[in-house]
Design a protein around this ligand. Structure first.
Ligand code: FAD
Length: 478
């Protein structure tokens, strides 16, 4: 008796999970990824850094209060328990809206990642308003590298002043010019004064750090203009009270190793000899905004931000969301809450689509207020109808920033370091190295420098295609 051949069994059809790609591990990218935790999808976050950077506290790394680890925890660690989240290092260089793929670069070569939904949160960089050569002498404040370079330059200036024998040269080393009187500039200027007046006061033998000059300079007529006239004036008074020279209506027209030249409204030019210059003025959106605008027909504003649809999607591409500092929508400011809420909104829309529920539609930003510290125990805060300057504002600032620092351990060490700096008279993070100070300019000067994460770039140039978070090599070019 022959046994009938077994009837062919229907093959189980593997359902491909919905693939969400998130570009950027900043506020927009991280909060979007976390909001997708329980969604029926696989999330791949691609970022050119391995960390989630808390930019508002960069100035504290630059002035030796906090360590870089306290404000920049590893993204991989934050997302460790989120099983549907994959983290990939890479600089995104192309987004193909038709093929629905993202190309990113890092050693050993380009990688193409397909998506069903895309959230772009690549943030913004520093703008020198067409004077990019200023960057050589005046670092901006956007990355951990910037903050560590500035730390080296600030603490290094005191060291060089200690060695200087010529009084004019010594004063040049003891003059710090901060360009840009927005929150970053105000916070930097305030902290440099604290260094001069308190933290470093007893550390040197030949110089008197209290004689240092800290200049805060802006082309605009007000300090912290976005905070309104009352807080702006309050901040200016506090700054001048602690010894910051505030120069308003002062447009920087020259900047080199020796100092800064600015023009006053009467057209006169003034030179400030200064070794240490800090650029805290102007932002320009990630170049990915202009790329997406060109490919989708969306407009860009004067700082390169893309004009998205009211629901944060690209025109003609409801599957692509752009959030945070990259977008121009309803005059929203470039602040963390816009990115956080935007990221969550994009995630909520994707989740609603996957579940077949009504989508949230238009993005509504909830303004939770703004604040900036000036010096220890002194800040300005604009929360709802409350506008306050001084100690209460500083306590509010302290509480809010502690809440948003990711991770319990980091909160604890941050609190400890704040106590050391604000109650005590010292700084726990004063380590500086020559490499911190020179590396950026050396890389800028080297046309062959790899764009990100040096290694075997060029050794395996094949484009690889990633599938559902798992990469597989291929020899086909994109
Ligand atoms: C010094 C400073 C102080 C600030 N202070 C405050 C404050 O007190 N309060 C406040 O609300 N806001 C503040 N902000 C603004 C706030 O930090 C930003 O609005 C917020 O970070 C924007 O979030 P985002 O996700 O859009 O961009 P970001 O947080 O900048 O994140 C962008 C991410 O994209 C990645 N990325 C960029 N390009 C690429 C690419 N091509 N490929 C892959 N990855 C890429 C970056 O590595 C980064 O992970 C401050 C900003 C700075 C610089």
């Amino acid at each position: 008796m022959s046994t009938p051949a077994a009837a062919p069994q229907p093959r189980a059809v593997e359902r491909q999970p919905h693939r969400v790609v998130v570009i950027g591990s900043g506020f927009g990218g991280l909060f979007a990824t976390q909001a997708l935790k329980r969604a029926d999808c696989e999330v791949t976050m691609i970022s050119r850094t391995t960390m989630h950077l808390f930019q508002p506290l960069l100035y504290q790394v630059a002035t030796g209060i906090l360590s870089s680890g306290e404000i920049a925890p590893a993204t991989r660690e934050i997302l460790r328990r989120q099983r549907n989240a994959h983290v990939l290092l890479g600089e995104v260089t192309d987004i193909d809206l038709e093929a629905r793929t993202v190309t990113s670069m890092a050693a050993p070569g380009p990688l193409v990642t397909p998506y069903d939904s895309l959230i772009v949160a690549a943030g913004a960089g520093q703008s020198y308003f067409g004077n990019d050569h200023f960057a050589e002498f005046a670092p901006g404040m956007k990355t951990i590298d910037d903050a560590l370079e500035l730390r080296g330059r600030i603490f290094g200036a005191f060291e060089l002043a200690e060695r200087a024998t010529d009084p004019a040269e010594r004063q040049r080393f003891l003059t710090f010019v901060v360009i840009g009187a927005g929150p970053t500039g105000v916070e930097m200027a305030g902290q440099i004064v604290e260094l001069c007046q308190r933290a470093l006061r007893k550390d040197f033998r030949s110089i008197d750090t209290t004689q240092a000059r800290v200049v805060l300079l802006d082309a605009a007529p007000a300090v912290l203009g976005a905070f309104g006239p009352k807080l702006s004036e309050g901040a200016r008074e506090i700054l001048t009270g602690i010894g910051v020279e505030v120069l308003l209506d002062a447009k920087v027209v020259g900047l080199d190793a020796d100092g800064v030249t600015y023009q006053s409204p009467d057209g006169a030019r003034h030179v400030i000899p200064a070794a240490c210059k800090i650029w805290a003025a102007g932002v320009s959106a990630s170049p990915l905004a202009a790329m997406l605008a060109e490919k989708s027909g969306a407009g860009v504003d004067r700082v390169g931000r893309i004009q998205v649809q009211p629901d944060l999607t690209l025109p003609g591409h409801p599957e692509v969301f752009v959030v945070g500092d990259m977008i121009a929508l309803d005059d929203l400011p470039g602040v963390a809450q816009v990115a956080i809420q935007g990221g969550r909104h994009a995630a909520a829309t994707i989740k609603a689509r996957l579940a077949g529920r009504p989508q949230p539609g238009r993005f509504h930003y909830k303004d939770k207020g703004s604040m900036a510290t000036i010096t220890r125990f002194s800040a300005v805060a604009n929360v709802g109808r409350v506008q306050t300057a001084g100690f209460i504002a500083w306590m509010l600032w302290l509480a809010v920033h502690l809440v948003y620092i990711v991770g319990f351990k980091k909160r604890l060490t941050t609190l400890l370091h704040w106590a050391v700096s604000f109650v005590g008279r010292t700084r726990s993070e004063r380590t500086t190295t020559p490499q911190q100070v020179v590396a950026r300019n050396r890389l800028r000067a080297d046309p062959d420098a790899p764009p990100v994460w040096p290694g075997a770039v060029g050794e395996r140039p094949d484009v690889r295609v990633e599938d559902g978070g798992i990469e597989r090599p291929t020899s086909t070019a994109a």
